[in-house]
Design a protein around this ligand. Structure first.
Ligand code: MG
Length: 367
């Protein structure tokens, strides 16, 4: 099988809540998503998606994804998309770094492999564990009382895991965590994710001020070293996200006992192939994971469902259904949340069919 063409679409993803706000006053109102469709000489096609969390969350941005795909495409035409390790080698030799630009292509190749073998991607990634994948709801940063109200509101939709967007003023963040914790019920999970927004002394203040609560602290500071210093000063369970951008950092952090849980985002590490490698290592090392992506629509949500559902349940800390947050339905067949869980499709590949009128005209086609 050979890649005959790579077609690129740009899709705007507005939010039901209007705005998604996190640390340092950062927010996004319309996400800039990129969809890739790969066609082959055997008539099998696949789709992938990459959607950065705005241009200032990770070193990634929407136009950058499309430029990177344009740089990679000439090297991929004529390659066999079902030989996915080879595809990744070709991409890594053609373009150093830029993992997010490679993610949608890698995802589309997994879709093609699944369709060619008539198997869902989750079976190719290791098998289906359990009935469903439990989801968390991100609680956009607002005044403390409003965030507590939102926890209660999203519980009514079935969620039992909540991730508070903190990383603002330390005193305000203590109030946010306390207010949300006060409405929490037994068995529910609360994470305070600072998204690198605290300086170490503020992070230590917050962690000390909520040390009596059942809450996880996620990615308090920008640098790994500063996160380590916070980790050394708190007993609260600790999650690293932004710093764990590949296998090297996972191994270093594991050696340093720098975290209890990691956040594994598909596009942060370059696609499903590399996410699977990290996922498998985390299972072997005993590290639970939030398995998700930076953002996305139906196609990213489908890919999350496949890699999460193929992960043994004790290691699935949580996952995200991004298609619940947005107003745009870009593909049929994507997982639909019910009572705070979702399932990977049982159809071949990712199990999604893009809605071409929603994708609009391609912004680029390489053939
Ligand atoms: Mg995070």
């Amino acid at each position: 099988m050979k890649i005959r063409s790579i077609t690129v679409y740009q899709v705007d993803l507005p939010l039901k809540e209007g705005r998604y706000s996190w640390a340092d006053g950062k927010y996004v109102e319309v996400f800039d998503s990129t969809v890739v469709a790969i066609d082959t000489d055997e008539g099998v096609s696949g789709v992938g998606e990459v959607c950065p969390l705005g241009p200032f969350y990770l070193p990634a941005f929407g136009p950058g994804a499309r430029a990177g795909i344009g740089e990679l495409a000439p090297h991929l035409l004529g390659q066999d998309p079902t030989q996915i390790a080879r595809i990744n080698t070709v991409m890594d030799q053609a373009l150093l770094g830029h993992p997010y630009a490679k993610s949608a292509i890698d995802m589309a190749c997994w879709d093609i492999l699944g369709r060619a073998l008539n198997r869902p991607v989750c079976l190719l990634l290791g098998g289906r564990f359990g009935d469903a994948v439990a989801l968390y709801r991100a609680i956009s940063q607002r005044p403390a009382g409003e965030m507590a109200d939102n926890v209660a509101q999203y519980r009514d939709e079935g969620y039992e895991k909540f991730q508070l967007k903190v990383g603002g003023n330390a005193s305000d963040d203590v109030a946010r965590i306390r207010a949300a914790s006060a409405v929490l019920r037994s068995g529910e999970t609360l994470v305070a994710d600072a998204n690198t927004g605290w300086l170490a002394p503020d992070a230590i203040r917050v962690a000390n001020a909520v040390s009596d609560l059942d809450v996880y602290i996620e990615q308090p500071c920008l640098s790994y070293e500063k996160c380590l210093s916070v980790r050394d000063n708190t007993q609260l369970p600790f999650i690293l996200d932004e710093n764990i951008d590949g296998l090297d950092m996972l191994l270093r952090a594991y050696g340093d006992r720098a975290m209890d849980v990691i956040n594994l985002k598909i596009s942060k590490v370059g696609g499903l192939t590399k996410a699977r490698q990290i996922r498998d290592l985390c299972v072997s090392l005993g590290i639970p994971m939030t398995i998700e992506d930076s953002w996305g629509g139906d196609i990213v949500t489908a890919a999350i469902a496949h890699i999460a559902h193929s992960t043994p349940e004790p290691y699935r800390f949580s996952s995200t259904d991004f298609n619940s947050y947005g107003t745009v339905n870009m593909a049929d067949g994507a997982p639909k949340r019910t009572e705070g869980v979702m399932q990977a499709s049982e159809k071949p590949g990712l199990g999604v069919t893009p809605r071409l009128p929603v994708l609009g005209d391609p912004v680029a086609k390489y053939e």
